[in-house]
Design a binder for this molecule. Structure first.
Ligand code: 5GP
Ligand code: MN
Length: 337
């Protein structure tokens, strides 16, 4: 599904415009790459913009250009609200429902501004008069690349912009291996390398900067792996005690679920992560092939995402969540076995 109503924006946006750019809660590579890439592009256009995130960014992306300019709603509520109240345009990137921004969403609902949505998730809400939404595209960074290169073909991408966009495409395509990766994705990547993105360095910065404790946490996650062979399903759980024991920092569990998916014959993989501070279990769902985890997350875990990658949460305790999950799975026996 594609919806493009962004063309009229160019005539409205100018050097006097005040722009805020927002990503979703617990920002990932695509949310950070797209917001920072667009922010740096606005700078090239001579337009002032401010990136605002609902909460802090993971350490493994701390090297991204201009990441230190981001305002974080959790730490700086008043300043974020002032920025937003004075914005003529609020870009929302890599999400399509305002409740994906946590408590910041309550303030966004009240704003009298022009929302612009650039996103690739399913079933977009209708808060944005200006939209570039395409669920067939692997990453929001690809859509930001489309937006800026089609609307402003005369403005060059800098190396920093290219690095930000490269990062989001790389992380949302699982380093260019998910089925959503197309020849067009690779052409955009070629364009970004030509513009100065250092591909090898970006991979190293992102994936080869592990703390020893993170690898031990991965070890624990793999010990906790449970395989339900007859349902082609494997899941991992991490309790708050596990996280505490290995000095968990935000972002440390990124990608763990893919180990469960890498097992031979597994079509559906899940990771359950206990968060005692928020009193929830955060869940990531991944699948290979036709099993639609977006619907699964929506129907059972108040979540959503894409056909092969989605997220959600449970308010029950960890053990009850796991028991209920196995019960629920039985209803999917036909699709999974
Ligand atoms: P992850 O499992 O890596 O957190 O997220 C996988 C995909 O699902 C991402 O596209 C993410 O934006 C989306 N997602 C994660 N958690 C939620 C959620 O609670 N609600 C919705 N609607 N989408 C989510
Ligand atoms: Mn994304």
């Amino acid at each position: 599904m594609r919806k493009n109503t962004i063309d009229g924006l160019k005539g409205q946006l100018n050097k006097n415009s005040k722009v805020s750019i927002i990503g979703h809660k617990n920002p990932d590579g695509d949310a950070l790459g797209s917001t920072l890439g667009l922010h740096l592009f606005m700078k090239e256009l001579g337009i002032t913009s401010q990136v605002i995130m609902p909460n802090s960014s993971p350490d493994f992306l701390a090297w991204l250009p201009s990441i230190d300019t981001i305002l974080c709603y959790d730490n700086d509520k008043a300043q974020c609200e002032e920025e937003l109240d004075n914005s003529d345009f609020v870009f929302t990137l890599d999400f399509n429902h305002l409740d994906r921004t946590g408590s910041l969403g309550d303030h966004l609902q009240k704003l009298n501004t022009n929302f612009v949505m650039i996103d690739h998730h399913q079933q977009p809400a209708d808060y944005a008069p200006y939209m570039l939404s395409d669920t067939s595209i692997a990453s929001t960074c690809e859509l930001v690349h489309e937006y800026i290169t089609t609307q402003y073909p005369e403005t060059k991408l800098t190396a920093d912009i290219a690095s930000c966009l490269y990062t989001g495409i790389m992380t949302d395509t699982g380093s260019f291996r998910f089925p959503s990766t197309t020849s067009k994705t690779h052409r955009i990547i070629a364009d970004l390398i030509d513009a100065g993105a250092n591909n090898s360095e970006i991979h190293q910065n992102t994936f080869d900067n592990n703390a020893e404790s993170r690898l031990h946490l991965l070890g624990r996650a793999l010990q906790n792996l449970k395989v339900l062979k007859d349902l082609s399903t494997a899941y991992i759980s991490l309790s708050q005690d596990d996280l505490n024991q290995y000095g968990f920092k935000k972002g440390d569990t990124e990608g763990f679920v893919n180990y469960a998916l890498s097992l031979k014959g597994i079509k559906f993989a899940v990771i359950f992560i206990e968060n005692k501070a928020e009193n929830i279990i955060k869940i990531s769902f991944r699948s290979i092939g036709d099993f639609d985890v977006n619907s699964f997350a929506r129907n059972h875990y108040n979540g959503g995402g894409h056909n092969n990658a989605a997220g959600g949460k449970s308010d029950l305790d960890l053990n009850t969540t796991l028991e209920k999950f196995e019960e629920t799975l039985n209803n999917y026996r036909k699709e999974l076995s």
